[in-house]
Design a protein around this ligand. Structure first.
Ligand code: SF4
Ligand code: SF4
Length: 387
């Protein structure tokens, strides 16, 4: 009989230093000991938090520094030599790490920042969708990855968790290029699965003490979810995260694709859920997109359906500070978002016919001015076929 993937769900309701460290010790012990997870590897283990942008930890955009501290402390006690890094959506790595409070913890614990500004192409002949990735030097140089995702809603993939976290191993502006190459969510999810099969992190610890719901991953609302998740299987941990925020796991396409491709298991029957009573922690009202998605390949029918059914990014004039980041970030050429007048008196305007709905603009807006709005047809469908 096949061994089940283990996921530990540990209740932890606040970022209290001692409480988080106890929870991390317990979670790692439940899924297997440190030697069982890392084997003989003791050097150059990379801690990879989610450092999407330089917002304070209370905004829940990034992995909380106390989770980073707890994991680093427990691994250092086992004589593991660490480094850390991530490639943010915008800004220099060191500056973002400082703003989110992780640099201060890393300096205190004497953990060096790995190079995530530069990278080189790594070939991956087994890739189904992508055969080579540009990978940050800090990732290429490490012996193993410990992935520290933050649980958040996401405009494109619905949820960002363990699998999506490795997207930050691709440096700088190489990331938005994938949205152009792979505009629909199925292709994008296949790419994420390829990337995880290439990088194979050894351990995943998901920060869901507080999570982000609604307009994630950059501008949603923080919400107390009260748990940490642990696993060596990225698909199993994302599947359990889905159960905990009340979304069917197969609605997050990386779960189904990752199961088919052998990255892990999204079959709940094949997952051993350990730790605290997870059913008591389910957030039934977690604000996340549970509606239909277009998973078909590019075609005129796809484009038409996209216009009719998929959410459109819209800008709130009152919140927009005219910073231009959304325009810079838009990956299509010519831009699907531009300034109508040079004086920037009004916010940028969208050309929805060329917008590929990658939601990079919504993800990156530092002022929460962009949200995704469902078109009328989609609202009608949702009313008739509620999810
Ligand atoms: S919508 Fe956001 S990112 Fe775009 S210009 Fe306004 S504030 Fe900046
Ligand atoms: S306008 Fe926004 S959602 Fe549309 S392609 Fe550009 S970045 Fe993506």
């Amino acid at each position: 009989m096949l061994e089940k993937s283990k996921v530990a769900v540990i209740k932890c309701e606040q970022y209290d230093r001692n409480e988080v460290i106890q929870a991390v010790r317990r979670g790692i012990d439940l899924i297997g000991s440190i030697p069982a997870i890392f084997g003989d590897i003791r050097e150059k283990i990379l801690l990879k938090p989610n450092a999407l942008s330089g917002k304070v930890p209370e905004k829940c955009v990034t992995t909380h520094p106390e989770v980073f501290r707890a994991v680093a402390t427990v691994l250092k006690e086992a004589s593991i030599e660490l480094q850390y890094g991530d490639s943010p959506g915008v800004g220099r790595v060191a500056g973002v790490m400082s703003k989110i409070g992780i640099k201060q913890v890393a300096d205190e614990l004497d953990i060096p920042l790995a190079d995530f500004e530069n990278g080189e192409f790594v070939s991956f002949p087994d890739g189904y969708r992508i055969k080579q990735f540009k990978i940050a030097d800090g990732v290429r140089d490490c012996n193993a990855i410990v992935s520290l995702p933050k649980l958040k809603s996401h405009g494109l993939t619905r949820m960002t968790g363990a699998v999506k976290n490795q997207f930050g191993c691709i440096p700088g502006f190489n990331k938005p290029e994938f949205h152009v190459k792979l505009p629909n969510v199925a292709d994008f999810s296949e790419m994420l699965v390829d990337l995880n099969l290439l990088l194979k992190p050894k351990l995943f610890i998901m920060d869901a003490i507080q999570s982000m719901e609604g307009n994630g991953p950059g501008s949603g609302e923080p919400v107390n979810t009260g748990f940490l998740l642990f696993s060596t299987d990225p698909i199993a941990i994302d599947t359990v995260a889905c159960l905990l925020v009340n979304i069917q796991p197969d609605k997050v396409l990386t779960n189904t694709i990752g199961t088919e491709r052998g990255l892990g298991t999204g079959e709940v029957a094949n997952i051993e859920i350990l730790g605290d009573n997870w059913r008591e922690m389910v957030r039934k009202d977690f604000d996340i997109d549970r509606g239909p998605r277009l998973a078909s390949k590019s075609s005129w029918k796809y484009s038409l359906l996209r216009q009719l059914l998929t959410s459109k990014p819209v800008i709130d004039d009152k919140l927009c500070r005219r910073c231009n980041l959304c325009v810079e970030q838009c990956p299509v050429e010519p831009k699907a978002l531009h300034w109508k007048n040079e004086d920037h008196k009004n916010p940028p305007v969208y050309d929805y016919s060329s917008c590929i709905r990658c939601y990079c603009c919504q993800e990156i807006c530092p002022h929460g001015a962009i949200s995704n709005r469902a078109p009328l047809m989609r609202k009608l469908l949702d009313a008739v076929y509620p999810f």
